[in-house]
Write a protein that binds this ligand. Structure first.
Ligand SMILES: Cc1cc2nc3c(=O)[nH]c(=O)nc-3n(C[C@H](O)[C@H](O)[C@H](O)COP(=O)(O)OP(=O)(O)OC[C@H]3O[C@@H](n4cnc5c(N)ncnc54)[C@H](O)[C@@H]3O)c2cc1C
Length: 286
């Protein structure tokens, strides 16, 4: 698709258009697109489920690759193999069906498998690093590689995927045999906790900031009296101070300005630097 609005594909519902929006159906097509883009010197950007991204108002030049069609999920004994476009929520549900434990933490994380590896997504004491065994990736040069999990340097909300320019195609998770009722009860409990604490009724990118060592970002923001602070259509959530919600057709510029305002205020009040968890990509409006 040409000139595709990325607002339609991001949880914050912000941002301009992609010059080209491509949704390949096979690993080979991904490889060919990467090779062609390199040959023609066209930049390309990976978009997963758009749940940890702010696309700027000027949009993204070149190709935006979305691997949502690579969404197969297969189980083999205690292993689950999922395409990078599968939703990690669906992978955790598949594991439940097979009575496999280890992915319960992911049952409410709205990312794709590719995005979850890139971010080493985690919640309630679990993270991708705990269960990932290997990943199939395409390199910047279009080469297909299978990597062991420890080759991805997974750490708190990061990996070496951006540094290496890997495109994740597939992930293998190793889980433990468990009891259906216990797995289900834990997933229900985590879902309830999430729904009662998070402002899921508004577009957002989830927690905007990483947890600063020794603190909680939400508590620092709350204690800085920032809840309800608004710039244009973006607001520090009244329900959960760690979230910034798009309550009234915000622009990316407004949302990003509010992020910077929160960082500056917390730094002034508590001397703590809030590091962004959400990724900002694309170009400003000219
Ligand atoms: C309401 C809400 C709740 C959330 N709760 C949590 C939570 O509890 N824990 C948590 O960790 N996160 C949470 N998040 C954030 C988000 O869901 C995770 O960071 C998720 O892993 C992002 O995946 P995605 O597919 O949406 O990635 P995107 O936002 O689309 O992309 C994130 C980054 O990954 C890259 N990427 C995506 N796919 C690939 C691929 N196939 N290959 C290479 N790079 C790729 C993109 O280029 C981008 O840089 C939440 C977000 C929301 C909106």
């Amino acid at each position: 698709m040409v000139d595709e609005p990325l607002k339609k594909h991001t949880y914050t519902q912000l941002g301009g258009n992609a010059d080209y929006y491509v949704t390949p159906e096979t690993y080979e097509q991904v490889r060919q697109i990467v090779q062609l883009a390199n040959k023609e010197s066209v930049p390309f950007t990976l978009l997963g489920n758009g749940s940890n991204l702010i696309v700027k108002d000027g949009g993204i030049r070149g190709i935006v690759l979305n691997l949502q069609k690579l969404d197969a999920i297969k189980t083999d004994e205690n292993l689950v193999v999922a395409g990078s476009g599968a939703r990690i929520i669906d992978v955790s549900r598949e594991a439940l069906k097979e009575h496999l434990s280890g992915l319960e933490f992911a049952c409410g994380i709205p990312g794709s498998v590719g995005g979850a590896l890139y971010m080493n997504a985690g919640a309630y004491g679990g993270e991708v690093k705990d269960v990932l065994t290997s990943a199939v990736v395409v390199t910047r040069d279009g080469e297909l590689l299978t990597l062991a999990a420890d080759e991805l340097d997974l750490a708190y909300r990061k990996s070496n995927i951006p540094d290496n320019g890997y495109i994740v195609l597939e992930a293998e998770f190793s889980l433990k045999n468990g009891k259906y009722d216990e797995i289900k009860a834990l997933m229900d409990d985590l879902t309830h906790r999430r729904e009662s604490k998070q402002p899921l009724e508004y577009p957002s990118c989830g927690s905007v900031f990483k947890r600063p060592p020794g603190y909680f970002a939400g508590k620092l923001i709350q204690d800085s009296d920032l809840q309800g602070k608004q710039i244009g259509g973006a607001q520090v959530s009244l329900k959960h101070a760690g979230f910034i919600v798009n309550i009234d057709d915000a622009t990316a510029e407004e949302y990003i300005s509010l992020i910077r305002f929160v960082q500056k205020t917390v730094k002034e009040k508590f001397g703590v630097k809030l590091e962004r968890e959400v990724r900002i990509i694309g170009e400003d409006l000219e």
